[in-house]
Design a protein around this ligand. Structure first.
Ligand code: FAD
Length: 274
C-alpha cells in the first residue's frame, strides 16, 4: 500500500493506478516499506481504480499478484535504523493482473485494509508485549544482582518506581489487547479499542525497554545484551500500521461522537460495566 511520494497515513492519496484492459488490469506505480516482499510468491497490491468515487475512501481496489511477475521489480531492501529486514521498495511498470484476481469488489481496497488491520494490529501488540515483558524481566534480574551505595538496585525506591511503572503498563497493555480481541471475536465495533491498544502498547514498549537500559547502565547501551537492538526495533511501532497521531485522531473522534450521541463518553472507553 505505502508509497514514498505521498503520506501513507492517508490512503486516499495513493498514486499507483490500475486501468482495465479487456479481462486484465494494467498497473503502474511505486511502493516502499513492503514487508516480506523479497522472496514472496503473492502480493496484495492496492491501486487506484476509481476516478470519481462516492467517497474518497472508495477509490482504491486490492489485487492479488502472483510473483515473480513481469513489471514487478524489487528495487532494494531498505536499510533502516535497525538494519535490513525485508521491507522493500517496489517499482511497478505495466504489470498485468487478470480481472478475476481483484480481491473483493472495485473500490473496496480501503474497506478490506481496515478489516485486516484490526486483528493485524493486535498481532503486533502481542509481539510487543512479549518484548516489553522480556525487558521487564531483564530489568528486575539486573536490579536483583547489581549492588551500589550499600544495597542492591532492587532495594532502591528509585529503581522500584521504574519496575512498578513498567509492570503497570504491561498489565494495562495486556488487558487492552485482550478486550479489543474479545470485541473483534464477539462481532462488536472494535476500531477505538484497537487504536487505543496499538497506541498504548507501542509507546509503553519504548518506555519499558528504555527503563531496562537505564537500570543496566553502560551494559544496556552496549550490544552485549539484546536491549539496544530491541529499542531500535521498537521505534517503528509508533508509526507503522497507523501513526500515533492518526490513532489519537480516531480515538478523539469516537470519544466526541459517543458524548454527542449518549451524553457520556463511556461507549468510547471500552463500553465496560464499570
Ligand atoms: C518496519 C515497517 C514496515 C512496514 N510495512 C509495511 C507494509 O508491509 N506494507 C505497507 O503498505 N506499508 C508498510 N509500512 C509503512 C507504514 O504503514 C507507513 O510508514 C505508515 O502508514 C505511515 O506512512 P508514512 O511513513 O508515509 O508517514 P506519513 O503519512 O508521511 O506520516 C508522517 C507523520 O506525520 C504525522 N501525521 C500523519 N497524519 C497525521 C494527522 N492526521 N494528524 C497529525 N499528525 C499526522 C505523524 O506523526 C506521522 O508519523 C511499514 C513501515 C515500517 C517502518
Amino acid at each position: 500500500m505505502t508509497e514514498p511520494e505521498v503520506a501513507g497515513s492517508d490512503p486516499t492519496l495513493i498514486q499507483t493506478r490500475a486501468y482495465q484492459d479487456g479481462d486484465e488490469w494494467i498497473v503502474n506505480g511505486h511502493k516502499w516499506f513492503i514487508s516480506g516482499a523479497k522472496g514472496a510468491q503473492l502480493a496484495i497490491l492496492i491501486a487506484r481504480t476509481e476516478d470519481d468515487p462516492d467517497i474518497p475512501q472508495a477509490a482504491n481496489s486490492a489485487f492479488l499478484v502472483d510473483l515473480p511477475a513481469e513489471g514487478w521489480e524489487v528495487v532494494r531492501d531498505i536499510e533502516t535504523l535497525s538494519g535490513s529486514h525485508n521491507h522493500c521498495e517496489i517499482r511497478i511498470t505495466d504489470l498485468r493482473v487478470p480481472a478475476d484476481r481483484m480481491l473483493g469488489g472495485r473500490g473496496q481496497g480501503h474497506l478490506l485494509g481496515q478489516s485486516r488491520l484490526g486483528p493485524a494490529r493486535l498481532a503486533h501488540c502481542m509481539r510487543w508485549i512479549a518484548q516489553a515483558e522480556t525487558a521487564l524481566d531483564m530489568m528486575v534480574d539486573r536490579a536483583l544482582h547489581r549492588y551500589a551505595h550499600g544495597s542492591l538496585l532492587a532495594e532502591k525506591q528509585g529503581i522500584q518506581w521504574l519496575i512498578a511503572d513498567s509492570a503497570m503498563e504491561l498489565y494495562q497493555g495486556k488487558l487492552m489487547v485482550l478486550h479489543a480481541a474479545y470485541r473483534i471475536e464477539s462481532g462488536l465495533p472494535f476500531r477505538t479499542e484497537v487504536s487505543m491498544a496499538k497506541h498504548f502498547v507501542a509507546n509503553s514498549l519504548w518506555r519499558i525497554i528504555d527503563r531496562a537500559i537505564q537500570v543496566h547502565g553502560a551494559l544496556g547501551y552496549s550490544t552485549d545484551t539484546p536491549l539496544a537492538g530491541m529499542l531500535k526495533q521498537a521505534r517503528w511501532s509508533r508509526f507503522a500500521d497507523g501513526a500515533d497521531e492518526v490513532h489519537q485522531m480516531t480515538i478523539a473522534r469516537e470519544t466526541i461522537a459517543a458524548y454527542k450521541d449518549h451524553g457520556t463518553t463511556r461507549a468510547a472507553t471500552g463500553d465496560l460495566p464499570l
